[in-house]
Design a protein around this ligand. Structure first.
Ligand code: SF4
Length: 327
C-alpha cells in the first residue's frame, strides 16, 4: 500500500467509526501495518475526542495484598512460582487503605482501585475488604474500584451493594497466546469472571498486556476479545519484564509499536476509557504525551502494583500541558 493509499484508508476508516460503524479484524490489521503513524495517531485522537471529550481519567492503585499468588502468570512479579524479590505482605489493615484512598483523592485522582494478588479472595479477607470499602465510601468522596481475582456471582453482588463502581479483571493475552503465559488457569477462566461482572451489573475494567512476545495479530485478537465483553474501561499495560519471571529476558516492545497498538485499539473500541497503565513511564517516557493524543484517555498514576511510577501532580500537570483535562 502506498503512503497515500494508507493515509486515505486510515481517514476513511476513522470516518466510518465516527459514523458508528465497527471495524473488521482485517481493517484493524491494515491499520496496524501502516507506517503512517502520524495520520493513524491523529485519526485515533479524533475518535477519542469526538466520543469522549477532553477528559483524562486519572486513577490511583493500591496493592492491598502483595505476592504469594498461587497462579503462575509468567509476567507477574507476585506469583509464588518466581523469586522476584518484591515486598510481600498479607491484606493491609483497613485504616491504612482508607488513608491511601484519602491521599489519592487529595492528589487529584478521581478513582481508587484496591488490588489484591489472589486467585480468588479467601472468605475472611473478602469480609475485611468489604468493611474497608464501607469505610472508604463513608469517609472519602472517591470512586472505588476493585481487582480481587476470580469472582462468583454472590461476591460481585455484594461488592455492588457496597457501592463499588467497577471491577478489574484483565484477559492479559489473546486466546491463542494465553497458554504461553500461564498454565494454572486458562483464557476461558478469565472471560468467565469478566462475564459474571457484567451480568451482575458492575462496570467492567478489562484489558491486557502487550510486549509479552505475542505477534501484532495476537494484539488485535486480544482487543477484539476484550471488545466482545463490552468493558467500560480498558487498561493497556506494556510489559515490564521482571527479574525472576519467565519473561525476564524478553526484548522490550518498540514504543512506536505500543503507540500504534493503542491507536488501533481506539478504532476497535471507540467509546471506552482506554487507559495507559503499567509500563508507560518505562517504555513510552516522553511519548506518553503522544499516547494521550493518539487514542488513550486515561492513565494510572502514582505507581503500579510492584513498580513505581510518576506522582499524581506530575501527571496532572502533563495532562493540562497537552490541553486535556484530568477527570
Ligand atoms: S497476574 Fe494475578 S493471578 Fe496471575 S500471578 Fe499475578 S496476581 Fe496472581
Amino acid at each position: 500500500m502506498s503512503a497515500d493509499d494508507s493515509s486515505i484508508f486510515i481517514t476513511d476508516t476513522m470516518n466510518s467509526v465516527l459514523n458508528d460503524k465497527q471495524i473488521t479484524f482485517e481493517d484493524a490489521e491494515r491499520l496496524l501495518s501502516t507506517n503512517d503513524i502520524i495520520t493513524l495517531s491523529r485519526c485515533a485522537n479524533n475518535i477519542t475526542r469526538t466520543f469522549n471529550g477532553n477528559a483524562v481519567d486519572v486513577e490511583t492503585l493500591i496493592n492491598a495484598k502483595s505476592g504469594t499468588c498461587p497462579e503462575d502468570c509468567y509476567f507477574c512479579a507476585q506469583s509464588s512460582f518466581y523469586n522476584t524479590g518484591i515486598k510481600k505482605y498479607p491484606l493491609l489493615p483497613k485504616d491504612v487503605i482508607v488513608e491511601q484512598a484519602l491521599k489519592a483523592k487529595e492528589g487529584g485522582s478521581t478513582s481508587f482501585c484496591l488490588v489484591c494478588a489472589y486467585r480468588s479472595p479467601p472468605e475472611k479477607d473478602f469480609e475485611q475488604i468489604c468493611e474497608t470499602i464501607e469505610e472508604i465510601k463513608k469517609n472519602v468522596m472517591i470512586e472505588v474500584n476493585v481487582s480481587l481475582g476470580f469472582m462468583t456471582h454472590d461476591k460481585v453482588r455484594r461488592l455492588k451493594s457496597l457501592g463499588v463502581k467497577r471491577y478489574n479483571h484483565n484477559l492479559e493475552a489473546s486466546e491463542s497466546y494465553f497458554s504461553q503465559i500461564c498454565k494454572t488457569h486458562d483464557f476461558e477462566d478469565r472471560v468467565n469472571t469478566a462475564r459474571i461482572v457484567k451480568e451482575e451489573g458492575l462496570e467492567l475494567c478489562c484489558g491486557g498486556i502487550i510486549g509479552m512476545g505475542e505477534s501484532p495479530k495476537q494484539r488485535l485478537e486480544l482487543a477484539f476479545s476484550i471488545k466482545s465483553l463490552e468493558p467500560d474501561e480498558v487498561p493497556v499495560n506494556i510489559l515490564i519484564s521482571r527479574k525472576g519471571t519467565p519473561l525476564n529476558s524478553l526484548a522490550p516492545l518498540d514504543p512506536l509499536d505500543a503507540i500504534k497498538t493503542i491507536a488501533v485499539w481506539r478504532f476497535i473500541m471507540p467509546k471506552t476509557i482506554l487507559k495507559i497503565a503499567g509500563g508507560r513511564e518505562v517504555h513510552l517516557k516522553e511519548k506518553e504525551r503522544i499516547a494521550l493524543k493518539a487514542g488513550a484517555n486515561g492513565l494510572i498514576t502514582g505507581g503500579y502494583l510492584t513498580t513505581g511510577g510518576n506522582n499524581a501532580n506530575e501527571d496532572i500537570t502533563m495532562i493540562r500541558e497537552i490541553g486535556l483535562q484530568p477527570h
